[in-house]
Every structure is written in structure tokens, then in C-alpha cells.
Design a protein around this ligand. Structure first.
Ligand code: SAM
Length: 286
């Protein structure tokens, strides 16, 4: 049996493909990693799987064996012939040639689930790294009818996404991920699992979407805005960051709010829990 590396080289040669760096094309050639992603995604015939960036179809071919339906979204036109040639015999495969950030995923999920009588929708992908954050934010903030998101991303970003609010490596995005999901790291993936090799180490993470929101807050939009302002000036204290960005009208107001919540005047943003930010929001909106 040919190895995944040989299959990949063969397809690239046959279809005259050169990996396009600006589209984040790093193709998986490690069978074990592909197997692990599929296994951890926990896919059944009752699932709709949306794959972002199928590329040459390495992951797609395994997903098709397990899922009720796979909808693959690929921006690069050069991949379309390959994918259609490889999977035209599968009646549970469809391909959308679009930028994933522009796809109405809510509508897509609703229609595909209904048309195919499927129970759950899951995202599985080896993401293009140049747009990891906007993709994750879209998947979470659009409140899609999703059960889980299993994705390969840069390890550095993974660490930030899965860290716990209130811990040292937390950033603004940590709070968004925590609000919408329970995140875990699954597998570190070395650079030589891809061709061409990416310049950064990779990691597979899984986000299980929460059924209930973990904090009560008057306005999510305002809370996330406050979190963004707090982390815009990471080296500053929370108080200074929120005064500078006009979340607090002035220092006196800020000190009053922090006192009411038993938070120190010189606390740094990453020390706050999600509940702390929800409380600040609720006081400001009172
Ligand atoms: N799934 C393949 C694999 O694992 O070998 C390829 C993964 S590669 C890291 C990322 C893929 O995302 C590429 O095929 C690339 O063309 C595609 N891509 C890049 N930007 C995209 C976008 N905005 N929307 C959809 N797909 C995109």
C-alpha cells in the first residue's frame, strides 16, 4: 500500500499542484495524525461534517467513510478537479468553492441536516493558519448549531485558546472560547507531518460546544468589548486599560467598580475570570 506521502506527491504531480503558501497549504502526510483526528472527532453516520480546506482530500477520504454527509469548503479552484475526481462515487460528499469566512454556515447546517435526516453537525479541519482566529471566532460567535469543532492549528494559538481564563497565558480570545465551549488539547503534531513543512509546530484541539452559557451577563456584546479593551493594553493594569479605552469614565469610577467586586486596583486583565468580566459588565450596564 502506498504511503500518504507517496499518494500526496502523486496527486500533486498529476494535477500540477504547487502548495500555495499564501493560502496556508500544508498537506498532511502522516497517517497516524489523520486517523487520530478522525477518531477524536467521534463521527457517526448521524453526523454532518463540515470540513474547512479539504485541499487534496486526505482527511476528506477518511471522513467520508464515517460521516452521514461531508460538506467540504475549499477556496482554491485548483483543488476542485482533484476532489471531484476522487470522490464522485460518494453520494455523501459535496463541495463548496468559497472563502469559508463568507459562507452562511447557519443556513448550510440547517439545510443539510434536514435534507439528509442528520442529528448533529461537527467541524473537522486542518485549518489554513493565516486565518485561524477569524475562522474560530466565526464558528463560535455565529452561534451555529454545532456539537464540536476539531481542528489542527498552530500550537502557540492552541495554547491561548485552551488556556483557562484567569491563568497567565489567557488572552481576549481565551474568554470567547471558554464562553462558548469546553476546549481541550488532543495532540501535538510535528512539522514533518506535512508537506511542505510549516514554520510552526501544530496541535489538534477540540472544542465541545456548551449547551448552556457559563455566566449570566446583561449583554454579551458589551462584555466581549470590555474584554477586548482590557487586553488591548496587556502590560497595563486592568484599571488603566479600561480608563484609557473609556470603558470606565474615569479612574474614580473604575476604582469604585473594582472595589464593589473585591478586585484589587492593580490587578492585570489576565487574572480575571470570565465571571469577573460578566460582573463588571453588569455593573456598568446597571
Ligand atoms: N485538509 C488538507 C490536508 O490536511 O492536507 C489541506 C489543509 S491546508 C492546511 C488548508 C486548506 O485550506 C488548503 O487547501 C487551502 O487552499 C484552504 N483554504 C485557504 N483559505 C481558505 C478559505 N478562506 N476558505 C476555505 N478554504 C481555504
Amino acid at each position: 500500500m502506498a504511503s500518504l506521502l507517496e499518494d500526496t506527491m502523486f496527486l500533486m504531480k498529476k494535477y500540477h499542484i504547487k502548495a500555495n503558501k499564501s493560502l496556508g497549504q500544508n498537506f498532511l502526510i502522516d497517517e497516524n495524525v489523520v486517523e487520530k483526528i478522525v477518531e477524536k472527532s467521534n463521527i457517526s453516520k448521524e453526523d454532518l461534517v463540515i470540513e474547512i480546506g479539504p485541499g487534496l482530500g486526505t482527511l476528506t477520504s477518511k471522513l467520508l467513510e464515517k460521516a452521514g454527509k461531508v460538506v467540504a469548503i475549499e477556496l482554491d479552484k485548483k483543488m476542485l478537479n482533484i476532489l471531484n475526481d476522487r470522490f464522485y462515487l460518494y453520494d455523501n460528499f459535496s463541495l463548496i468553492n468559497q472563502d469559508v469566512l463568507k459562507v452562511d454556515l447557519g443556513k448550510l447546517i440547517e439545510e443539510e441536516k434536514e435534507k439528509n435526516g442528520l442529528k448533529n453537525a461537527k467541524i473537522v479541519a486542518n485549518l489554513p493558519y493565516y486565518i485561524t482566529t477569524p475562522i474560530i471566532m466565526k464558528l463560535l460567535e455565529e452561534k451555529l448549531d454545532l456539537e464540536s469543532i476539531t481542528v489542527m492549528i498552530q500550537k502557540e494559538v492552541a495554547n491561548r485558546l485552551v488556556s483557562i481564563p484567569g491563568s497567565k497565558s489567557a488572552g481576549a480570545i481565551t474568554y470567547t472560547v471558554y464562553f462558548y465551549s469546553i476546549a481541550k488539547e488532543l495532540l501535538e503534531v510535528p512539522n514533518n507531518s506535512f508537506i511542505p513543512e510549516p514554520e510552526v509546530t501544530s496541535e489538534v484541539i477540540k472544542l465541545d460546544i456548551r449547551k448552556e452559557e457559563p455566566v449570566k451577563v446583561k449583554s454579551k456584546k458589551v462584555m466581549f468589548r470590555i474584554i477586548k479593551c482590557a487586553f488591548m493594553q496587556r502590560r497595563k493594569t486592568l484599571l488603566n486599560a479600561l480608563v484609557n479605552t473609556k470603558v470606565f469614565l474615569n479612574k474614580e469610577e473604575g476604582i469604585k467598580v473594582l472595589k464593589e467586586l473585591d478586585l484589587s486596583e492593580d490587578i492585570r486583565p489576565e487574572k480575571l475570570t470570565l465571571e469577573d468580566f460578566a460582573n463588571i459588565t453588569n455593573i456598568i450596564l446597571k
